[in-house]
Write a new protein. Structure first.
Length: 182
């Protein structure tokens, strides 16, 4: 009985904010309830404090804090990583290439189309001609999960409940960010 495992690398900092973290936590919780073991790889030891403050530490079976490139290379050689999920805009092409050589499946959650070595790309934003844009940037074999249906929260389950009370008909939620082109 082989358990499925997925390793997460999540962006979290004063500069990029906490949106990537919370989006990833929603996905990690869902995967864990499906019986998948969730591990976290971080390059910042302060993520433990943030996990404790948000009560999210128990989602992960184990947390690995890597201090430098040597530790990272050693970690990936020692551990057979079949599924690597990345939601970190700081992970560039060179690092993705390294991960693609040391992991079977790479899943990247992106906010905007960028060149990538991922096997699967998730982007839930409203972007005109998004599939055409991605096809110019990724391999033909890359699976694209594009559109709001791939956002890791099912808002209907959270906000719309059958009851005799007044139901919510529409909700606007702002998760931060800004359009850098404006």
């Amino acid at each position: 009985n082989v358990k499925k495992k997925i390793y997460f690398i999540i962006g979290l900092s004063n500069k990029i904010g906490s949106g990537h973290f919370f989006r990833s936590m929603c996905l990690a919780k869902h995967l864990k309830t499906s019986g998948i073991e969730i591990f976290l790889i971080s390059y910042d030891p302060s993520i433990r404090l943030f996990l404790n403050k948000t009560s999210n530490q128990r989602i992960f079976k184990k947390i690995f804090i890597l201090k430098n490139n040597f530790e990272e290379k050693s970690f990936f050689k020692k551990n057979e990583i079949s599924n690597l999920y990345i939601d970190n805009p700081k992970i560039g092409l060179q690092k993705q290439l390294f991960f693609s050589k040391n992991s079977k499946n790479i899943i990247i959650y992106q906010d905007e189309p960028k060149k990538s070595f991922a096997n699967i790309i998730i982007n839930h934003n409203y972007i005109p001609d998004v599939t055409r844009k991605y096809r110019k940037l990724v391999s033909v074999n890359t699976k694209l999960l594009l559109g709001i249906q791939y956002f890791p929260i099912d808002f209907k389950k959270i906000f719309v409940k059958k009851s005799k009370k007044k139901q919510i008909k529409s909700i606007t939620i702002f998760f931060g960010s800004q359009d850098r082109k404006s």
